[in-house]
Design a protein around this ligand. Structure first.
Ligand code: NAD
Length: 505
């Protein structure tokens, strides 16, 4: 892919999108946007300060009454046009996402961008299907009905691993349901959130319905969570920051939706298709250079298949091509930053003290040395309670452990604080049925690992958080249910008044 546009020129007006205009942040601090494949700075911008957050929330609050009253058909029409505008911008979006995150173009063009367009198309339809229960008479004297209402201004905070898709997952259900929103992307990856907002504006989304504040977590992020005019916080990021967000949200009794870390198990029973499991494990562990909250991170393999699985995965990992994200042949790009690469390398170096690095375990040299690259890494022989098996690494690292009985395999799968995703591999429907039932996670795949789809929810259990992104289930997060009760009797002295007035009633 050729260079699509000059990033500095495109965002010359600034990296804040408030009330329909790009402008500069007023925190007084600058932020570099870096291409992790080269270490080069592609944009330097002024971070949002708390005053910018206040302005964005005020713009969203002003836009709320009209947007909330727009009919489902009007909101749906806008989102259909938005999906079309995103499709027109597909190459720019893929270029910016690959440049900012080091994603191979085959990932940004084959997953991030089409997934985002499809999400917009899905929510265009879903906007017309907000459900409430039909009116009913549950007391002889009243008719009850349910109104499903938007909450108001939503404050959303997103991570850097899938900036475009996270923007889509946060913004689309919120605005489809009639809310307005202030989105804070991760400060190191603001580009595609801004392009996304521009496409929405072109599609006719009224100014103020979607605002982007590109700011740091500690000031802009915390200010957004604590803001009294924000009705709800939707957060995707690490469990550690999620806990802080939950604490801050209690101050204003805010509704929260938390999509947090993961440490997905990949359970291979002894009757599994070994070739499928090996390919599934490598693809599932390496997608987005392992910086995926649902990535396969812990493979548990029943003893009869263990040795063949380990050698199969090691051999396949060794064939993975690291390279320039813009080369269509590249399978694996760099990590998001040099700091993240060093963090991942730290986990692997510490694991050498108690486990075996079967393959990988190093940064490549040569042309790739200046980027934040790290080789696909397989680690065997680690204990279940070791750091490499328990902690979220967020890099191209898979730990593999053997198990004997099905009971043991499932118990190990459940034995971390996380519960976001998991997979079970077997040809026996009863075994996979048991795994599906007993693994405590928001998603369990059977004989696959990773695919997502707009119609189905994404969200976790345990320390992976609560609430759902995507699908009609996400409307539960972004709407409140109001009970409306009509008196049917028309009498002044109601029967129930006896509980107050007694025989005078
Ligand atoms: P992070 O928690 O460091 O940051 C996430 C966002 O929170 C960023 O926008 C950051 O600026 C902001 N932030 C940081 N400190 C804050 C504070 N004190 N108050 C308010 N906001 C604050 O996470 P990350 O490193 O950007 O992303 C990686 C993490 O995200 C991983 O743990 C991964 O599992 C998780 N993740 C989860 C899902 C999911 O759906 N469950 C999806 C993607 C990523």
């Amino acid at each position: 892919m050729d260079q699509r546009f000059d990033v500095t020129e495109r965002f010359a007006e600034g990296a804040q999108f408030i009330a329909g205009s790009l402008r500069t942040g007023t925190s007084g601090r600058g932020q570099d946007v870096v291409d992790p494949a080269t270490g080069d700075t592609v944009l330097r911008y002024d971070l949002a300060g708390t005053g910018d957050v206040d302005d964005a929330v005020a713009a969203a609050a002003r836009a709320f009454p009209d947007w909330a009253r727009a009919t489902p058909a009007e909101r749906s029409d806008t989102l259909h046009r938005f999906a079309a505008a995103l499709a027109e911008d597909a190459e720019d979006l893929a270029y910016a996402e690959s440049l900012n995150c080091g994603k191979p173009v085959k990932l940004s063009t084959g997953f991030d961008v089409p997934g985002t367009i499809d999400n917009a198309a899905f929510f265009a339809g879903a906007a017309r299907h907000l459900e409430g229960r039909a009116a009913g008479e549950y007391s002889g004297d009243h008719t009850s009905m349910i109104r499903r209402e938007p909450l108001g201004v939503v404050g959303s905070i997103a991570p850097w691993n899938y900036p475009l898709q996270m923007a889509a997952w946060k913004v689309l259900p919120a605005v489809a349901a009639g809310n307005t929103i202030v989105l804070k992307p991760a400060e190191i990856t603001p580009l595609t959130s801004l392009l996304f907002a521009r496409a929405a504006q072109r599609a006719g989304l009224p100014d103020g319905v979607l605002n982007i504040v590109s700011g740091a977590g500690r000031d802009a992020g915390e200010h957004l969570v604590g803001h009294p005019d924000v009705a709800m916080t939707s957060f995707t990021g690490s469990t550690a920051v999620g806990k802080r967000v939950a604490e801050l949200a209690t101050g204003t009794v805010k509704r929260i939706h938390l999509e947090l870390g993961g440490k997905a198990p990949f359970v291979v029973f002894d009757d599994a298709d070994l070739e499928a499991a090996v390919h599934g494990a490598v693809a599932g562990a390496l997608i987005n250079t392992g910086q995926d909250c649902t990535a396969a991170t812990r493979a548990y393999v029943q003893r009869p298949l263990y040795d063949a699985f380990v050698s199969g995965v090691a051999d396949l990992m060794a064939t993975v091509r690291l390279g320039d994200p813009f080369d269509p042949a590249t399978d694996l790009g760099p990590l998001i930053s040099h700091a993240q690469r060093d963090r991942v390398a730290g986990f692997v170096e510490r694991a050498r003290g108690y486990a075996t690095v079967v393959t990988g375990g190093e940064a490549p040299g040569g042309d790739l040395a200046k980027g934040a690259y790290y080789r696909p890494t397989l680690i065997a022989g680690a204990a279940q309670d070791s750091e490499i098996v328990q902690a979220e690494i967020f890099g191209p690292v898979l730990a593999v452990l053997p198990f004997d009985s099905d009971d043991e395999g499932l118990a190990l799968a459940n034995d971390t604080p996380y519960g976001l995703a998991a997979s079970a591999w077997s040809r026996d429907v009863y075994r996979t049925g048991r795994a599906v039932r007993e693994i405590n996670a928001g998603c369990v795949w059977v004989n696959d690992h990773i695919p997502i789809i707009s119609e189905m929810p994404h969200g976790g259990a345990k320390a992976s958080g609560f609430g759902k992104d995507m699908s009609a289930y996400s409307f539960e997060e972004y709407t409140q249910v109001k009970h409306v009760m009509y008196d049917n009797t028309g009498v002044a002295r109601k029967d129930w008044h006896r509980t107050v007035f007694g025989d005078r009633g």
